[in-house]
Design a protein around this ligand. Structure first.
Ligand code: FAD
Length: 382
């Protein structure tokens, strides 16, 4: 798809990310994935390039760029390896972003330069074993203790958690329901136990753990935003985060299209390349058209965010559509490669396993549909 509508700066960051991802990530991604290894050294290098603090202002050590640039970077990295792009999406979209939105000047100065440099990694801890889509029912508590807070409870599926230094944690400080939840910034320490890696279907280069809080002490100035505004902050953060997941889905889909296209022209069957069969051509063409549409939805949502306009519904539509395209594209790639598509010798099977997560995290596809339908039907949809 044409990049004509991008600014020069956006094109520059896109090409920086593409060159880095193709040289330093793509050739090694399958190996890392087979070893279930998050490429920390490569992530740190991305910090040095400014890719971990894309949306962090320059005066706080970041690249000072926009949501469109972040989406472009996540897409390019996801094209090389989805799991690595998740780390960037979380660092920028789920950790730097809420600190920028709700942090005090002191919190911003303390954390953002180190996040942007890749000196520290952050994790976003909202989901609990019994509260995923239904975030307002979360049960982790933060109670006043010694002038600060004591956090107790369990979080699950926490990306970057295995190596994170900083945690954005959502906990109940008051009444039941949405208004009793507050956000906190905390670091590893007594009363915070990080589990071993949770075995997963895919996304093996991304760290995913459980967190167990037991009277974990957070100082008084560790609250992020005002008391009782935590869920609002969590959801506003996800409004932006969903754009990066849509971009990640576009990157996975692009990788699948690239692989299927290349394979179709070189694999010989019945005396010529399989590319001459309509059964190979049409699924490829369908996915190519849908991928353009997914990218347009993603960039539209990012552009709305950059213009300071409401972007929650546009982001939900982009994620809903792009994630389905990623799953379809990965399926198409496996089918195009036949038996080799099913083998670990080619990355099609990795794309297939990785694509699925985009329909689940940062709100499942059902939840995106719910968000979209409610925006259309108002209270009648509740
Ligand atoms: C690899 C991975 C990484 C993740 N990273 C993070 C992270 O860094 N931080 C974090 O906080 N969380 C993270 N998550 C959690 C993720 O966001 C949740 O898994 C997701 O939101 C779904 O919640 P759940 O798993 O509890 O499913 P549930 O909410 O139990 O849903 C189960 C099923 O019911 C459906 N459903 C639920 N409610 C409705 C409804 N009202 N209408 C229709 N259908 C409904 C869902 O769509 C789903 O199909 C991650 C998850 C995974 C797998």
């Amino acid at each position: 798809m044409s990049n004509d509508l991008l600014t020069d700066t956006q094109r520059e960051v896109q090409s920086l990310a593409r060159d880095f991802a193709q040289a330093e990530i793509a050739p090694y991604a399958s190996e890392w994935s087979q070893r279930h290894e998050a490429p920390l050294a490569v992530l740190r290098k991305m910090g040095a390039l400014g890719l971990l603090g894309i949306i962090v202002p320059e005066e706080l050590g970041g690249a000072g760029l926009d949501a469109t640039s972040l989406a472009l970077v996540v897409e390019e990295v996801a094209r090389a390896d989805a799991g690595t792009s998740t780390a960037i999406a979380v660092q920028n979209g789920l950790v730097a972003s809420p600190i920028l939105r709700a942090g005090t000047a002191a919190q911003q100065e303390e954390w953002l330069p180190r996040i942007a440099a890749g000196e520290i990694f952050g994790a976003y801890a909202l989901t609990e074993p019994d509260a995923g889509s239904d975030t307002a029912s979360l049960r982790t508590t933060a109670t006043v203790r010694d002038g600060g807070w004591a956090v107790s409870g369990a979080k699950i599926w926490i990306t970057n958690g295995g190596f994170a230094d900083l945690f954005v944690v959502f906990a109940r400080t008051g009444e039941a329901g949405a208004k009793g939840i507050s956000a906190f910034l905390t670091t590893s320490g007594p009363g915070l136990e990080v589990s071993t890696e949770i075995p997963k279907m895919g996304l093996h280069t991304s760290s995913t753990v459980e967190l167990a809080f037991d009277e974990h002490a957070v100082p008084a100035d560790g609250m992020l935003g005002d008391p009782g505004t935590g869920l609002k902050l969590a959801l506003a953060t996800l409004d932006g985060g969903r754009i990066t997941i849509a971009a990640q889905a576009c990157g996975i889909a692009q990788a699948a299209v690239d692989l299927a296209t290349e394979y179709a022209t070189t694999r010989i069957a019945f005396g010529g390349p399989i590319a001459r069969f309509q059964g190979i051509q049409f699924p490829l063409a369908d996915v190519a058209a849908k991928l353009d549409a997914a990218r347009l939805l993603t960039r539209y949502a990012a552009a709305l965010r950059d213009a300071g306009k409401p972007h929650g519904i546009a982001g939900a539509k982009a994620k809903l559509f792009a994630s389905a395209v990623a799953v379809e594209a990965a399926d198409m790639a496996v089918q195009t490669l036949g038996g080799y598509g099913y083998s670990a010798e080619y990355p099609a099977e990795r794309y297939y396993r990785d694509a699925k997560i985009t329909e689940i995290y940062e709100g499942t596809s059902q939840i995106q549909r719910l968000v979209i339908a409610r925006s259309m039907l108002g209270d009648s949809a509740r």
